[in-house]
Design a protein around this ligand. Structure first.
Ligand code: SAM
Length: 272
């Protein structure tokens, strides 16, 4: 049984490669890579030359089988062009094939544009929604955005420089008042963070160059917590002690508690 190491690589700044990643990439004989030309540059920077095997998004079952066969004889690492493999990048099919063949799979965590962007929102949240790349067709994209309107936590999307302006236009249609955090060129020379609404962002970015992550503020826990019968009865009792009776008592309690009128009326019967 061998081990497949899933190794995160920099999303721009080469200094973000962890020392553990360097150690592992230097010791495995084979590295499966999204684009071997991109990974060869990284390996040259590290002064190492493992055997590189390509692993595309549409890698055939035969190719996966061949990679897993190599794993039989020695440990292997898998990397993508940038960031964490398997996150809008190839990697998961090889991970599954390795698991199915009974091998160990170990992550070497590190850079990911999603986590980097979320970490600088300054928003407090205990869940988030990762959308990856949004659908390209406008109506599909708009439907996706409509479908997540009530998502309480922040929503993260990746976008290419060619499509980001149109995407921000669609976000503006569905979420005109929501705050966005847009991270451009994270960890790179022209790194920039925009904070504001979608329409403001379209005016802000004169030209859309580089790589972008969009984070849309979540809806929060906007649904009011439903009141218990005891809480509504208490509100009724308080208003009654102020001299309210009959319809006025019910109406004022409905306004105060947000509870349905029928329910307040039923509870008020015992209070008259
Ligand atoms: N696996 C990667 C990760 O863990 O972040 C994501 C790969 S996905 C193919 C590439 C997309 O990630 C880009 O189109 C962009 O949306 C985002 N991205 C990657 N690097 C970035 C960077 N340095 N700054 C901003 N966004 C970046």
């Amino acid at each position: 049984m061998s081990t497949l190491y899933v190794v995160a690589t920099p999303i721009g700044n080469l200094s973000d490669l962890t020392s553990r990643a360097i150690e592992k990439l230097s010791s495995v004989p084979v590295v499966a890579a999204e684009d071997t030309r991109v990974t060869r540059k990284l390996m040259s920077h590290l002064g190492i030359s493992p055997q590189l095997e390509s692993l595309h998004e549409h890698t055939s079952p035969e190719r996966l089988y061949a990679l897993v066969s190599k794993l039989e004889s020695a440990d292997m690492a898998v990397v993508s062009d940038a960031g964490t493999p398997g996150i809008s990048d190839p990697g998961s099919a090889l991970v599954k094939a390795a698991i199915d063949a009974g091998h160990n799979v170990i992550p070497l965590p590190g850079p990911s544009a999603t986590v980097a962007a979320l970490s600088i929102t300054g928003w407090s949240f205990n869940r988030f929604l990762f959308l990856g790349f949004l659908p390209r067709k406008k109506h599909e994209q708009v439907n996706t955005l409509k479908g997540i309107y009530t998502e309480p936590g922040p929503i993260v999307a990746y976008e290419s420089p060619h499509r980001i302006k149109a995407t921000l236009g669609n976000i503006n249609e569905i979420f005109p008042d929501r705050k966005l955090v847009i991270c451009r060129e994270l960890t790179k020379l022209y790194e920039e963070t925009f904070r504001g609404t979608a329409s403001e962002s379209i005016n802000h970015f004169k030209e859309f160059r580089g790589e972008f992550v969009i984070v849309i503020e979540g809806a929060g826990d906007t649904a009011p917590a439903e009141m218990s019968d005891g809480e509504i009865s208490e509100a009724l009792a308080n208003l009654k002690s102020e001299g309210l009776t009959g319809r006025t008592l019910v109406d004022q309690t409905v306004e105060l508690t947000g509870a349905p009128k029928k329910r307040v009326y039923r509870l008020s019967l015992g209070k008259e």
